[in-house]
Design a protein around this ligand. Sequence first.
Ligand SMILES: Cc1ncc(COP(=O)(O)O)c(C=O)c1O
Length: 477
Amino acid sequence: MPGDHPLPAPALASGPRRPDGPAALRPLLGTVLDALEAGARVRGGPLPAGGPEAVAAHVADVLGDALPERGDPDALRTLVQVLAEGAADPADPLCAAHLHCPPLAVATAADLAASVLNPSLDSWDQAPAASVLEAAVTRALAHAAGLADALVTTGGTESNQLALLLAREAHGAGVRLVCGTNAHHSLARAAWLLGLPDPVVVPAPSGVLDPAALDAALTTLPGPLLVAATAGTTDAGLIDPLPEIAGLCAAHGTRLHIDAAYGGGLLFSDRHRDRLAGLEAAHTVTLDLHKLGWQPVAAGLLALARPAELAALRQRADYLNADDDIEAGLPDLLGRSLRTTRRPDILKIAVTLKTVGRAGLGALVDQVCAHARAFAALVDAHPGFELYDRPVISTVLFRPAAAGDDAVAAVRRRLLHEGRAVLGRARLDGRLWLKATFLNPRTRPDDLTRLLELTQARLANPAEAGRTEPAEEGTPA
Ligand SMILES: Cc1ncc(COP(=O)(O)O)c(C=O)c1O
């Protein structure tokens, strides 16, 4: 239209000519880091205060028109800051509800390179080096678990779904999932999604799959069956008796999947690796390095004992893997995922493994497990609290002694509303428990004391719910 100014073309993240590439990106990174720091300062704790309504109002206010006619060059700063102000920051020691880890700085920096170069792992001509890196690193991780190869996924849910898909393709659409009441919900959902028979759910009376009940199920149920065990339950961080389960599967000729989305990280630790004995007997294993692996989301893997089963995922699409291209030597990548366009999530994982090393990651695992043991000891020694059990990985379940379930639920929500602490919840043995999942290696003993004291204070005197204490020193951005 006459009189309209031409719109400036936004710079690209990479490219051979200025203003694209590092010249454009470097100052923007400065803006992002400043906004992250400013947002964390405003938040002043693990979670924004005020609950969902306050957060929604603030975000709506800052966002304004989400699709404005004309752009705003300050949007990067304002939106990153509002995100940080309203973040549940897993790097805050009092943010301990979920399997939601604080990512390592080096992994996050590597993830930036993945975004800049934007390789897509559906064809070699979009990801020449990334595809080589992925093949080598997935194999190394699979070998660490005692399996042959691994696929990269978006996390535990996709890995479990792929495991069921491979079982269906190997044994037919009548394959029935047999899992414990302690199994992750994504397994039953995958069975539903894949059109498999309704799963058989076996009791897990002490939080882990009962081998006698599993044996009875495998003896009486018609096949084909797929047993799914868990190494690191979501609620309590417990590990099913893997060697016994593997033995039963071998005896009954049953396929075994192990969901080690949480516990798989123990493979890095000399001290804790033995707890995963039996993993190597599985046909498929879910691993997830955005849990006990300090990766930004997404960083899932599905390890496989029989890579030949990947033939089930084979696809031909002329624009990605034409027969003549494959015959001429271009690698075929399409059969390594159900996705087409796919981020090189392997880069941050590769950089982490090379930078920190297995022993370095193992030390992080040992630290968070030690935090859980220390917190459990505090709970156990406190007359006002009851401990569910000694932690196996890094999850501690506890509850105020003599409190009802309603009081347990209320104290959690009160802490969330104040933005003072993020605790999870889990129902076990018919009672509601508070859940602290330790994934932050930087947590200090006084953080653990504070978490328990805060919980007790909010139970004892919910009226004193104001956020009056000063912001924590060194709240990470
Ligand atoms: C044991 C287990 N399996 C699978 C999942 C799903 O993982 P994701 O959330 O990465 O899809 C979880 C999530 O917490 C889990 O605890």
